[in-house]
Design a protein around this ligand. Structure first.
Ligand code: EPZ
Length: 417
């Protein structure tokens, strides 16, 4: 078992690379397959720990699951358990998507509170609100989310207090089984919401408006399994774009959806990076000095919190002062201490990081504190002179498919040790 990612920095990344399937779509679409009366085949799944975790959970529940070469076939007909042990769900946040899907299939679900990255307070009140608005009886006592369909289960108006990704997906997953019309107001608009809605539609559900802030679902229709290919990973694409620019490289990324990347592309252009796209290909080139920027994380289509960390790592090398405000998760600056150990000049004022560019980062042994902090460590190590060792790789393996091979194919000296 590897413990570190060893990276020799200072080498510009050059060449072509393909992006993998979206983690955050995968972890919603795999449990959604439980709602079908027949098997589903899901393609373009990333080879990452979160997908393996879901494979193990579905098998435990009684589904037949086969996962090879990015394709998962799920036959949910044997699912007969509606409870999960904490060991199986504590590894990832998205395990709570099993609450509406098991409830839809078996009438009730008992799922321990989700785990996942420690990036701040991650309440589930909006998921509870969504499910109870549909008439489900929900209880979270003892650290377990219990949901029972109940007599009154049916479509309704749901007003989310904030556009939460998790609450939007959970409410959508419940609403497809709830007879009648559900309208989700103030829904999240991230690409993986749209992809989950498209998968549900391919199963026979009526879901309209995903990608806008009002989603309408006519629930209670019979759903069958489907063959579905998930979208490319927006955050992996962004991480590769940042790595290319940070090393002053020239990288062409294939299999992307450029419109998903607009907020990052705009920031990179502002920094003086060349970004062009055509069809599903994005090319990123950087040569000279990088200019500083001011940015604030926001819900989609704003700048994603998941790219705040790797972009901040890159800003340590911009010529001047950048201001990065994190509005989504309050603990998403914990990785900054590691960057400081590499010589970065970053000061945190409440939710804003003030990043003063320095000429060079020094190689160091650094530790990822969560998945996207891992991406920041990789970007920093790729820029630093000398050999760095990045620990905490279990986080990186949760969400980045074969990141070592991909970076090596671009000329990076990167290996798991
Ligand atoms: C999803 O998390 C993603 N995870 C995260 O990606 C991503 O950072 C986040 O959305 C924001 O884009 C998955 O898709 C599996 P939220 P989620 O509910 O659903 C508050 C990664 O690295 N809130 O949209 O947990 C919450 O505190 C991961 O890939 C409530 O107050 O995020 C936060 O401030 C990490 N009550 C904000 O909303 C609730 O009931 C957004 O959270 C729910 C959320």
């Amino acid at each position: 078992m590897s413990e570190f990612l060893r990276i020799r920095g200072g080498i510009p990344l050059n060449g072509d690379v393909s992006v993998s399937g979206s983690k955050n779509a995968a972890v919603a679409i795999i449990p959604a397959a439980l709602l079908g009366s027949t098997p589903s085949t899901i393609e373009n799944l990333p080879d990452i720990d979160d997908v393996y975790c879901y494979r193990d959970i579905l098998k435990y529940l009684g589904a037949k699951v086969d996962f090879k070469h990015g394709v998962m076939r799920i036959d949910p007909r044997g699912v007969n358990k509606n409870e999960l042990p904490i060991e199986l769900v504590s590894r990832m946040r998205a395990s709570y998507y099993l609450v509406p899907t098991l409830m839809g299939r078996l009438g009730s679900a008992h799922v321990p509170m989700p785990g996942g990255c420690d990036i701040g307070n991650r309440p589930i009140d909006q998921t509870v609100k969504g499910l109870t608005s549909l008439g489900a009886k929900v209880d979270t006592a003892g650290g377990v989310i219990s949901a029972v369909r109940g007599e009154a289960f049916g479509g309704n108006e749901v007003f989310l207090a904030m556009p939460s990704v998790g609450a939007t997906i959970n409410t959508m997953l419940a609403a497809v089984s709830a007879p009648g019309r559900t309208t989700i107001h103030n829904a999240a608009k991230e690409p993986h919401i749209v992809d989950t809605a498209n998968f549900l539609s391919s199963m026979g559900a009526r879901v309209k408006g995903a990608g806008t802030d009002v989603i309408r679902i006519d629930g209670g229709r019979p759903l069958s399994g489907s063959n579905y290919t998930i979208i490319p990973d927006q955050i992996e694409t962004g991480t590769l774009m940042i790595a290319a620019a940070a090393t002053r490289g020239d990288v062409t990324i294939h299999g992307t959806i450029p419109t998903h990347m607009e907020s990052l592309t705009a920031k990179l252009l502002e920094m003086g990076v060349y970004v062009t796209d055509e069809d599903d290909v994005i090319r990123v080139r950087a040569t000279g000095t990088l200019r500083p920027v001011t940015l604030k994380t926001q819900v989609y289509p704003g700048f994603p919190t998941d790219l705040q960390q790797p972009l901040t790592a890159m800003l340590t090398q911009a010529w001047g002062t950048s201001y990065v405000t994190e509005t989504i998760f309050e603990n998403r600056f914990r990785y900054v201490d590691e960057l400081r150990r590499m010589g970065a000049d970053i000061k945190i004022f409440e939710r804003t990081a003030v990043v003063q560019g320095v000429e060079r980062l020094r190689a160091a042994t650094i530790t990822a504190t969560d998945l996207r902090a891992g991406a920041a460590m990789i970007v920093a190590a790729l820029m630093a002179e000398g050999e760095s060792k990045v620990g905490g790789i279990q986080y990186i393996m949760r969400g980045y498919e074969h990141i070592d091979e991909k970076l090596r194919s671009l000329g990076g000296e990167v290996e798991f040790i």
